[in-house]
Ligand binder design. Structure first.
Ligand code: TTP
Ligand code: MG
Ligand code: MG
Length: 359
């Protein structure tokens, strides 16, 4: 039995609770890409801002148009959020058999032994964990309890905000069936647009596709995942150890382009996401690379050494310079996809170590 926890509007919530004057106002945490004062994207928005239609990934300019003048716009403070994240993870570690940090604001906990296999006791535990995080750090979160990680994550999402949702084994099928297929983690925009095209709307629809059809479109591994996960049957042991040698993120551009500003703005959330993942694991990169993929799939990369602890603003500047150089040298190249890669990862020294939970 697993518990999945995701902090509510994490970055925005941290800012909100640390500055009471922001309470009751729409609040948006932004990744500024540095070109003009307002260029960049939204990283996290509180629920008041979401009511106006603001969400992660949206250009800051658009968010400014949607929100009233009392709205608060703040730059990301990744290192600080990572420190808060580490404190949350310490609490979770204490209450689980094993746990794995899934991102800066998510963790999955194996609790079968802790609660002696009882879903009621798991619920009591979840209430306690929520209270401890609320009282200790002021943060609200949502928790899903289910037989496996995928269902627990979907349950946590469904419980937002500040909620708790339990899905017992006999409830899994009925719980999943009516949910939009997009609620299933691991289905990207491209897969989603294909599925929409063949009339798949819900997870139930997804579960009715034969595995052979899925395999043709997604390849064997992903097909197996979708086949099992859409039935609530994708299971995997929660192992604490996660080691990775690099963190990369690749995005597909809205339109093919050679415009550096366009590429860099589109990549801002990917850079932020990759850095957040490093921060959450208390890792630092010494190499930053870019990946450029043309419409004909020709791929060109560039990389450079970076100072450990490079901030997001510096990282964005480096990404911009690398793309500028690359596009100058590759005169005819029109980009279809673009990516970033952080490598040469090292444990950050001299801080409480999240990594100690991962080993
Ligand atoms: P999420 O858990 O996806 O989002 P959230 O915590 O802001 O909101 P929710 O209540 O729906 O959980 O992501 C965690 C943090 O990761 C988020 O606070 C900011 C960062 N993030 C980005 O920077 N860019 C993104 O596109 C997303 C999705 C998240
Ligand atoms: Mg969250
Ligand atoms: Mg999250």
């Amino acid at each position: 039995m697993v518990m999945f926890l995701d902090l509510d509007y994490f970055f925005a919530q941290v800012e909100e609770i640390e500055n009471p004057s922001y309470l009751g106002r729409p609040l948006v945490v932004c990744v500024y890409s540095g070109r003009t004062e307002d260029s960049g994207v939204v990283s996290s928005a509180n629920y008041l801002a979401r009511k106006h239609g603001v969400k992660a990934g949206m250009p800051i300019k658009r968010a400014k148009r949607l929100l009233p003048s009392e709205a608060v716009f703040l730059p990301v403070r990744l290192e600080h959020y990572a420190e808060v994240s580490r404190r949350v993870m310490t609490i979770l570690k204490k209450h689980s058999d094993r746990m794995r940090v899934e991102s800066i604001d998510e963790a999955v906990m194996e609790v079968t032994e802790t609660v002696g296999g009882s879903f009621e006791r798991a619920e009591e535990l979840a209430v306690m964990v929520k209270r401890e995080i609320r009282q200790g750090l002021g943060l609200k979160c949502s928790i899903g309890i289910a037989p496996n990680r995928v269902v627990a994550k979907i349950a946590a999402d469904a419980a937002k905000p500040d909620g708790l949702k339990t899905v017992r084994p006999e409830e899994v099928a009925d719980f999943l069936k009516p949910l939009p297929a997009t609620a299933l983690p691991g289905i990207g925009a491209k897969a989603w647009s294909y599925l929409e095209g063949i009339g798949v709307k819900t997870i139930g629809d997804l579960s009715s596709l034969p595995i052979e059809v899925l395999a043709k479109v997604f390849g064997g591994k992903k097909a197996r995942y979708i086949y099992l996960a859409s039935r609530g049957e994708f299971d995997e042991p929660i192992e604490e150890k996660t080691t990775f040698k690099q963190v990369s993120r690749i995005i597909t551009l809205k339109q093919n382009t050679r415009d550096v500003d366009e590429v860099v703005s589109a990549l801002a959330p990917a850079v932020n996401d990759a850095l957040a993942r490093l921060e959450a694991n208390n890792l630092e990169a010494t190499t930053l690379g870019i990946i450029a993929i043309a419409a004909d799939l020709r791929t060109v990369t560039r990389q450079t050494q970076i100072r450990p602890g490079t901030s997001i603003e510096e990282a964005m500047r480096i990404v911009r310079n690398l793309f500028s150089e690359l596009l100058q040298e590759e005169g005819g190249m029109v980009l279809r996809r673009a990516g970033v890669r952080f490598a040469g990862l090292k444990q950050r020294l001299g801080q409480s170590r999240l990594s100690s939970y991962l080993q």
